[in-house]
Design a binder for this molecule. Structure first.
Ligand code: NAD
Ligand code: UDP
Length: 311
């Protein structure tokens, strides 16, 4: 028997899942990607089949599955507001049933499980920057609730499986992340702005663009994710880049980097769109000795180059 780590990545054909899969395969570990291709693509995983240790399973996490694995990286869930609002009941079901099924699997085989949670558990935050101790300000009945509340109950399930059954859980609160392998129609702000700019279209700013986000390049995020899995920390941990920008600043930067002649088009701000978001990463620095290294302009240039080559 060989002692390579056997990893299951749910949502492995998605943006983050495909980067994580590559990183684990490059380390020589075994990777099973599981995905229903709701937002994931075959293109994201096509280069992974050259690794002997790679397998793919088409499956929906709302259904149970039996596998022999050591680590579960539970990422399956649409992440872009456009996609998670497309079928909100399915989003809640994926968050609850998917996490329940994966925790059941972790319990059965004694695997560690990392939940890809989100800064959305803080809702439209009244505390700034957001520390893990902040309990959040979330609307239970709005158009973002299927995702926000879905992730909150997923965190609750993880904590209860840890307390009741001793399952080893990791709860990663991911803040806005961007990079190669995002869908062209992902709908999130960075991919939207880059594609609009490359196509010479107007950049769509929702609201007046004064709302803020803090953007993390995918390589930094994946490094934080693997460090968290290897740690012993069983409570929620923020991973993100604390450098905060208004959406208008982001639009201006994309304009400067791609085409200074672009125009902006202002559109209605979606319901419950958080006004500000910035992670406190003090805890991640102390526990994991982790902090992001790639700043926005550098990350945007890498992402622009990928979109240019793949558009
Ligand atoms: P993504 O949409 O690119 O990837 C999600 C993947 O999950 C897709 O491949 C999709 O097909 C798959 N999936 C969805 N529902 C499924 C189901 N029922 N069964 C099986 N597979 C299913 O999104 P992403 O940005 O890669 O996000 C990955 C995870 O990280 C998500 O759980 C998301 O909530 C979390 N997250 C991401 C960000 C970010 O900025 N990227 C921020 C916060 C949290
Ligand atoms: N946004 C925008 N134009 C777009 C897409 C998004 O102005 O084409 C805004 C959106 O209203 C939000 C911010 O950018 O304030 C980040 O949106 P995204 O969907 O990327 O992520 P989230 O709101 O979940 O952080």
């Amino acid at each position: 028997m060989d002692n390579k780590k056997r990893n299951l990545i749910t949502g492995g054909a998605g943006f983050l899942g495909s980067h994580l899969a590559l990183k684990l395969l490059e380390r020589g570990e075994e990777v099973i990607c599981l995905d229903n291709f709701f937002t994931g693509t075959k293109n994201n995983i096509k280069d992974l089949f050259k690794y002997q240790n790679f397998e793919f399973i088409r499956h929906d996490v709302t259904e149970p599955i039996k596998l022999e694995i050591d680590n579960i990286w539970h990422l399956a869930c649409p992440a872009s507001p456009v996609h998670y609002q497309f079928n909100p009941i399915k989003t809640t079901k994926t968050s609850f049933m998917g996490t329940y099924n994966m925790l059941g699997l972790a319990k059965r085989v004694g695997a560690k499980i990392l939940l890809a949670s989100t800064s959305e558990v803080y809702g439209d935050p009244k505390e700034h920057p957001q520390k893990e101790s902040y309990k959040g300000s979330v609307n239970t009945i709005g158009i973002r609730s299927c995702y926000d509340e879905g992730k909150r109950i997923a965190e609750t399930l993880c904590s209860d499986y840890s307390r009741v059954h001793g399952v080893k859980v990791r709860i990663m609160r991911i803040f806005n992340t961007y990079g190669p392998n995002m869908r062209f129609d992902d709908g999130r702000v960075i991919s939207n702005f880059i594609i609009q700019a490359l196509k010479n279209e107007k950049i769509t700013i929702y609201g007046d663009g004064s709302q803020t986000r803090s953007f993390c390049y995918v390589d930094d995020l994946i490094q934080g994710m693997t460090l968290l899995m290897e740690s012993d920390y069983e409570y929620p941990l923020n991973i993100g880049n604390p450098n905060e920008f208004t959406i208008k600043e982001l639009a201006n930067l994309v304009k400067v980097l791609i085409n200074p002649n672009l125009e902006f088009q202002y559109k209605k701000l979606p319901q419950d769109d958080p006004k500000q978001r910035q992670p406190s990463i003090q805890l991640a620095k102390e526990l994991l000795n982790w902090e992001p290294k790639i700043e926005l302009e550098e990350g945007l240039l890498k992402t622009i180059s990928w979109f240019k080559n793949n558009l």
